[in-house]
Ligand binder design. Structure first.
Ligand code: ZN
Length: 515
């Protein structure tokens, strides 16, 4: 969960052109074009993390090469994800991301494909969209998670996106067009970065990217959509979900687009592709026996958590209070969980405690419940109770990232930076690329006064966010610090050389592209 202010309220003012670009870069969006503007994506921005223009892409070598290797695809996807992170378009909510990862990997495992890696993450954006990037990165907007009325509906979207990856739609599309795709990815990065300071600059970048052959891309997409629907259906079935969900969800999408105000693309209302796709999805499901698939508690809890972020804290509290009073909910545990989350947002710790107690009486053992209970303690200032709760939950659920992040935060709140460092160093062995762990480690080392380690971890956090220049600056500070041992100093030097080289490569790529 993410109890700091998270998603600024959406303002429906983004131009359609930007929407198209997102659709294009995603290339394989679920519905070809998002229904509403991806505004929140441009919302929660962090000044220090802006990667300067032209630093967004790795050097992929010979651009005339027909196909990207899996390693190159992964590199490309990773660089786009970094840009998304730098722009605030990556939801830093481990509960939501963990859930998407579990659901996504359940679908992946149902029909294993040779070694393709996947990473699923949430995008804090009320627009209804999901997309796949090169390298197996799949982003799902929070708007889509909230629109899905069953776990199978959400799974049907993930299965569709996974299929774009496993069917190599990206690679097939890249063949012969790599350069223009790279240009457009670069333009997206610039557009996201520019959006915060100047809407005009952003739309200029977008127009440029559109001119780079978006029409061709969309022609490809139609054929790919059908294939992704077909293969996605098999995957959904193999993973044991409700096979009527794809048709139900597509119809729901259509209705949602009809009722969305002014911004609805007429494309989606009138384009026959959607009706055909629904009809095909229905006929596929007809051949299968009916099965009732209950939603997991995780699905319900994640949706309640996302709802608790909507509107003001008071509004969120009222939504759950009313639902509980009128007993209008799908799942009472989730409604109570949402109420506690909203009360924490409203900093009403006294009520949060009593509602948490009520929730614990009815909830089964569950890591999200443990994490929420720990948070109630932490936010209310009962740091030692929080440490106990997070600590004991971690012994049962050592891979739950929310707990992995919260435990050292609680130790820091209790002024135990040494213990936090011991824990963090151990977890960083398991998750060496985890930006948030590096960020907390930087904080812990700062409290201990260990400058070299502080700057080193701050550098890794910036690199994870896509801010290579910031990362290099931090490593330079680390290399000047004199409080590290020989081993630590050589780690810093090696890393500094690597990141300087990466930064140079990107600047070279940018120069080639601009020249
Ligand atoms: Zn698609």
């Amino acid at each position: 969960m993410h109890l700091q202010p998270l998603v600024p309220p959406a303002e429906p003012t983004v131009r359609r052109s930007r929407r198209r670009l997102i659709a294009f870069v995603a290339a394989v969006t679920f519905i070809a074009q998002p229904l509403t503007p991806p505004v929140a994506m441009f919302g929660a921005l962090h000044a220090q993390s802006l990667a300067p223009r032209g630093q967004s892409l790795p050097d992929l070598g010979d651009e005339s090469q027909a196909m990207l290797s899996p390693v190159q695809e992964r590199k490309l996807g990773e660089s786009v994800v970094r840009q998304i992170r730098a722009s605030g378009g990556y939801m830093n909510d481990p509960e939501v991301n963990d859930y998407l990862q579990e659901l996504g990997h359940r679908l992946v495992a149902a029909m294993p494909e040779g070694g393709q890696e996947f990473e699923f993450f949430a995008v804090p954006d009320p627009a209804i969209n999901a997309f796949a990037l090169p390298g197996g990165y799949v982003g799902v907007n929070t708007g889509l998670i909230l629109l899905a009325q069953s776990e199978s509906e959400l799974a049907s979207v993930l299965a569709h996106e996974i299929s774009h990856v496993t069917q190599h739609h990206m690679t097939r599309m890249l063949a012969g067009q790599q350069r223009s795709l790279l240009m457009s990815l670069a333009a997206l990065a610039v557009a996201i970065a520019a959006a915060r300071s100047s809407p005009q600059a952003a739309s200029a970048a977008v127009t440029g990217a559109q001119a780079l052959g978006i029409q061709n891309q969309l022609n490809f997409t139609r054929e790919h959509e059908y294939e992704a629907d077909r293969v996605g259906f098999q995957r959904l079935d193999a993973a044991g979900f409700d096979v009527t969900a794809p048709a139900t969800f597509m119809a729901r999408l259509q209705r949602a687009s009809r009722f969305a105000d002014g911004n609805t693309p007429s494309y989606l209302r009138t384009h026959p592709i959607t009706y055909e796709r629904i009809a095909e999805a229905q006929s596929r499901a007809q051949g299968k026996p009916y099965r009732q698939i209950p939603d997991s508690l995780d699905f319900q809890l994640v949706r309640a958590l996302l709802r608790s972020y909507n509107g003001s804290a008071q509004e969120a509290v009222a939504v759950f209070e009313n639902a509980l009073k009128e007993r209008k909910f799908n799942n009472e545990i989730a409604a109570r969980y949402g109420l506690v989350a909203s009360l924490l947002r409203a900093t009403d710790y006294k009520r949060a405690k009593s509602e948490m107690a009520a929730l614990e009486k009815m909830a089964p053992p569950h890591p999200m419940i443990d994490a929420m209970a720990g948070h109630v303690f932490l936010d209310a200032g009962d740091v030692n109770l929080a440490i106990d709760r997070f600590g004991s939950a971690l012994t049962r659920y050592p891979n739950k990232m929310q707990l992995v992040y919260d435990y050292p935060e609680a130790l820091l709140a209790a002024k135990r930076p040494k213990d936090a460092v011991v824990f963090l160093e151990r977890e960083l062995v398991r998750f060496p690329d985890d930006g948030r762990l590096h960020q907390t480690a930087a904080k812990a080392y700062a409290e201990l006064g260990s400058q070299m380690q502080q700057h080193r971890h701050q550098a890794e956090f910036y690199a994870w966010q896509g801010d290579l220049r910031g990362a290099v600056t931090q490593l330079e500070l680390a290399s000047k610090a004199t409080d590290g041992d020989f081993y630590q100093a050589s780690v810093v030097e090696t890393r500094l050389r690597t990141l300087r080289k990466e930064l140079q490569d990107q600047q070279k790529t940018a120069a080639t592209r601009n020249g």
